[in-house]
Design a protein around this ligand. Structure first.
Ligand code: GLA
Ligand code: ZN
Length: 648
């Protein structure tokens, strides 16, 4: 297991290096990441390459048997490059070119930037291709993060139009697919097509969805370009990855597509960042791990694991004693096989003076240092079992076309795709079942239950796959706005909602309502849930049951007894439909009913206690994770605040 820290030797006097490395060794480090923002050190002037600084760093690390993950430095273009070619800088949606001075300011479609990328990456990787102390290359840094996934420059406009030309073959096809007759947008030529930049009212939703697909292709194109350069030089001798940021569905790129050419998925895990008063909840952190593991259907690395409070201009919540260590345990439980803490020592200058590291400005080993040391010492004992494959019987299924379509038209001011995905995920998490988070592209055969949050955009293929899954005994949970739109982001015409799934779900939806902040719609239980009640939020589908049974109904004046939550027997399986953003308790009960029926392993625990079991052949280890600031009991074991125990 690679265990270590993100290290920036170029930020410190060279005479600190030996002591740094010695103290890393004592802390239990066996791997460090270096280099991802150090372009000028490697190419101080155009075409003049020098690697002696990093040669020395790697040599010192090698003598202490500390491996290296080397980041290509393209996230921060040097000033000399931008001065010569300001056109590499991206343009925001107001068509303003961003200024040099931050990071990731470049355009993914800039041929000029690719030329300079090719030179630095080729020189760097060729220089170290036989260095066996380098185990992997990290492409760039958090590609597409901090709004760098979007660019509206001339280069991108030209590329967008050729993207469309490749997709649609004729301008007539574009007009048909986008419905451009609406508001007189009919195009005669591809070069009439705009970027979705500032206009009066809003752009065509189909154009906007294609633009998101184009952005995703642009970012993947740049990353694949670098992966190709590296692979051409190192072959399989050194691995290639790129460290993904959070924000998954808020980004204009498909994370699964981006990671496709990488050898292993890698992620930066920050349960709290910037001015947040408290971390994201435990189920949301777990979701992110399951999402990253789902990208390549295998275990992954974390190349930046939070240890100290983080922020650029505003910082926030201070992780309590052992809390950041607990998050590291949660990560390895969910399939993280290599983990580096961010960062060895917090910078004392530059934009990240308040991104606290393991060591702070006093440069003295303190609480954080000893927490990391004890984590490394402990987790090394489970090296083998943590390489085991995680097998889930429940899968949450997402789709980027759908996520982007919702971001283009959220329809309710309270809608958020990730929240709705986690609404279905949370009850199964709370029951401590193992869950995969996968895209629609994956095979569903190994699952018993599929969770399909707000699957607004569908196509014939997914509808057929879901019908087959249910027919042969699977259970699916759909939530509101299911299957109203096609892949062009246009509404289906002449089909009963949920279009193509009406018979499968045994329901028809003829009335719908968007719910804004503080709008709560009363909902009452029926049958097994008689006497229970909850509220609908965000949205409501007002459901007519055909073959389905109503489990919960609305109880407000005009829609009294119209169904909100239904279940339908179909073939050998079942289809649940959650017609509104209902509360955790209701979904917990329904999830528990499903898990019982499907004979899926689960454990009921107090709120804030997570239990995760890993098995390999006939040995298993069980993580008991206390996410709370109170003493807790889990499976008869006392857990102190933020304590983790591993039973094996
Ligand atoms: C991100 C980046 C790092 C650093 C940290 C600070 O994850 O990858 O370069 O900016 O955030 O929290
Ligand atoms: Zn651009």
């Amino acid at each position: 297991m690679y265990l270590g820290v993100d290290y920036y030797p170029e930020h410190w006097n060279k005479d600190m290096m030996d002591s740094d490395i010695d103290r890393m060794l004592i802390m239990g480090v066996n791997t460090v990441r270096i280099g991802e923002f150090a372009w000028h050190i490697m190419e101080p002037k155009e075409g003049y390459f020098q690697f002696d600084f990093f040669d020395e760093v790697i040599a010192k690390l090698k003598t202490k048997k500390i491996k290296v993950i080397f980041g290509t430095p393209t996230a921060t273009p040097p000033a000399w490059l931008v001065k010569k070619h300001p056109e590499v800088l991206l343009k925001d949606e107001n068509l303003n070119r961003v200024s040099f001075g931050g990071r990731r300011e470049y355009c993914f479609n800039s041929d000029i930037y690719r030329r300079y990328t090719k030179k630095i990456v080729t020189e760097l990787v060729a220089h170290y291709k036989d260095e066996d102390n380098i185990v992997a290359w990290q492409v760039d840094n958090e590609l597409g993060h901090e709004s760098s996934d979007l660019c509206y420059c001339e280069e991108c406009h030209k590329s967008f139009r050729s993207f469309l030309q490749n997709k649609y073959k004729s301008i007539e096809e574009v007009n048909k697919a986008w419905g451009t007759v609406f508001w007189n947008h009919t195009y005669n030529e591809f070069d009439e097509i705009p970027l979705p930049v500032k206009t009066i009212t809003v752009h065509n939703p189909a154009l906007q969805l294609d633009f998101q697909r184009f952005r995703s292709k642009s970012l993947k194109g740049y990353s694949d370009f670098q992966v190709g350069l590296i692979k051409e030089i190192v072959g399989d001798n050194q691995l290639v990855t790129t460290n993904l940021p959070g924000g998954f569905f808020e980004k204009s790129f498909d994370f699964e597509a981006l990671q496709e050419k990488c050898d292993i998925a890698a992620y930066d895990n920050y349960p709290v960042w910037g001015g947040l008063k408290e971390p994201v909840p435990p189920h949301a952190i777990a979701f992110s791990h399951d999402f990253i593991r789902g990208l390549k259907d295998k275990n992954y690395w974390i190349l930046e694991e939070l240890m100290g409070a983080q922020g650029h201009t505003i910082i926030g919540y201070l992780p309590r004693p052992n809390q950041a260590k607990m998050w590291a345990y949660q990560a390895v439980a969910h399939g993280c096989e290599g983990l580096l803490f961010f960062r060895w020592r917090g910078a004392t200058f530059g934009a990240e003076e308040f991104c606290y590291g393991i060591l702070d400005q006093d440069n003295i080993e303190g609480r954080k240092y000893y927490e990391v040391q004890s984590f490394f010492e402990d987790i090394k004992k489970y090296d083998e079992i943590l390489k085991s494959e995680i097998k889930a019987e429940v899968a949450l299924v997402y789709d980027y076309d759908n996520a982007w379509a919702w971001r283009i038209q959220p329809q309710s001011t309270t809608f958020n795709y990730l929240n709705e995905a986690q609404r279905l995920y949370k009850p199964f998490y709370s029951l401590n079942t193992t869950i995969d988070v996968i895209s629609e592209k994956h095979n569903f055969d190994k699952y018993k239950v599929l969770l399909l949050p707000v699957m607004m955009v569908t196509d014939e293929e997914i509808k057929i796959r879901l019908e087959e899954f249910v027919k042969r005994g699977g259970t699916i949970i759909l939530s509101f706005r299911a299957s109203i739109k096609d892949r062009n982001n246009n509404l289906y015409l002449g089909q009963t909602v949920p279009c193509g799934l009406s018979e499968l779900a045994g329901i028809e939806i003829h009335e719908v309502e968007s719910l804004q902040e503080d709008q709560l719609v009363p909902v009452q239980g029926r049958g097994n849930f008689e006497g229970k009640s909850t509220y609908g939020t965000v949205w409501r589908d007002i459901i007519d049951c055909k073959t389905a049974e109503a489990l919960y109904v609305y109880s407000d004046k005009f829609y009294k007894n119209k169904a909100c939550i239904t279940v339908n027997n179909y073939g050998k399986g079942k289809v649940y439909y959650i017609g509104s953003g209902v509360g955790d308790d209701v979904l917990y009960d329904i999830s528990k009913e499903i898990i019982g029926e499907k004979k899926i392993d689960f454990i009921e625990t107090a709120e804030g206690i997570e239990i995760y079991t890993r098995t390999i052949k006939d040995t298993k280890c069980t993580f008991l994770i206390n996410h709370t600031e109170e003493d807790q009991i889990a499976l008869g074991n006392k857990l102190e605040p933020y304590q983790v125990k591993i039973l094996s």
